[in-house]
Design a protein around this ligand. Structure first.
Ligand code: PT1
Length: 265
């Protein structure tokens, strides 16, 4: 049977998180949710302290550190799966890895000053994501001529830049960044271009769980977007995604188990 993608479970430690509505705000709830996601079959736990949903404001370094570091410290010793740190700030990368995180997930693709060097020094796998603009304004009229080709070119350029600086090729994961400065039609075009990105040879991470594109296609509010999100996860897996980033670990895992069994001869 073809290998199914790994599941990255989302652990938001933000008061304004777009889909949990602050549900995992508290430290003890966040810790409990990490273990629940591992129990449900998550292969990676992605801890984030800065909301990057459309319209979200940036947080300060100290705010972000205060949110995520205690949670990373609290969950790493008891978890058997790796923790990834969802941040763009090199200082957060360094402190989170010192606290036991084993991966960096950066929606800015290591473009902040000092971030590439942090990834080189920390020597952990790193996910480079494409975003046009910044969260606060990224949905204001995003423009592309060929979204799939432009995103692929950006990601491959970032990968080469990071490799030249000393990030090993085997540590690089690429993510087209669904919902980050893309209209619904651009997200759909980007999804259709996934096989071409996968063909570039790097593992590809896909995050569509509960996003506005699912809401626009179904008319559903956040909590009602699970079936739509699962359809996206299954098709991303079929397109060759290596990692799927999701809120609903158990539901997505069941769908991926059945789907991979059915499409494999
Ligand atoms: C993602 C991702 C992420 N998404 C990676 N990290 C978010 N590697 C945070 C919407 O359209 O896809 N890949 N970290 C969450 N960001 C968003 C963006 C949430 C868009 C919601 C939307 O609703």
């Amino acid at each position: 049977m073809l290998d199914r993608p790994r599941i990255m479970g989302i652990l938001n430690v933000t008061p304004d998180s777009f889909s949990d509505g602050g549900k995992w705000l508290g430290k003890s709830e966040a810790i409990q949710h990490a273990f629940e996601m591992q129990e449900a079959g998550a292969d990676i736990i992605d801890v984030g302290g800065e909301s990057t949903r459309p319209g979200a404001a940036a947080v300060t370094l100290q705010q972000e550190l205060d949110r995520v570091i205690p949670v990373v410290e609290a969950i790493v010793p008891g978890l058997s799966v790796p923790v990834s740190i969802d941040t763009s700030k090199p200082e957060v990368m360094r402190e989170a890895v010192a606290a036991g995180a084993g991966m960096i997930n950066d929606v800015c693709a290591l473009r902040l000053e000092g971030a590439v060097q942090a990834a080189v020094d920390l020597a952990v796998p790193v996910c480079l994501m494409h975003m046009q603009g910044e969260p606060r304004v990224m949905q204001d009229n995003p423009l592309y001529k060929d979204v799939g080709a432009e995103v692929r070119q950006f990601l491959l350029e970032r990968a080469k830049h990071c490799e030249a600086a000393g990030v090993p090729e085997q540590h690089i994961i690429l993510d087209p960044g669904f919902g980050f400065g893309k209209t619904l039609q651009q997200n759909l075009d980007l999804f259709h271009s996934l096989p071409a990105l996968v063909a570039a040879g790097y593992p590809v991470l896909v995050g569509i769980s509960r996003k506005a594109m699912v809401g626009k296609l179904t008319g559903r509010k956040l909590a009602e977007r699970i079936p739509g999100s699962i359809a996206a996860a299954v098709l991303a897996a079929q397109a060759g995604a290596a990692i799927i980033r999701v809120h609903d670990v158990s539901e997505t895992l069941d769908a991926l188990k059945v789907a991979t069994a059915l499409w494999t001869a």
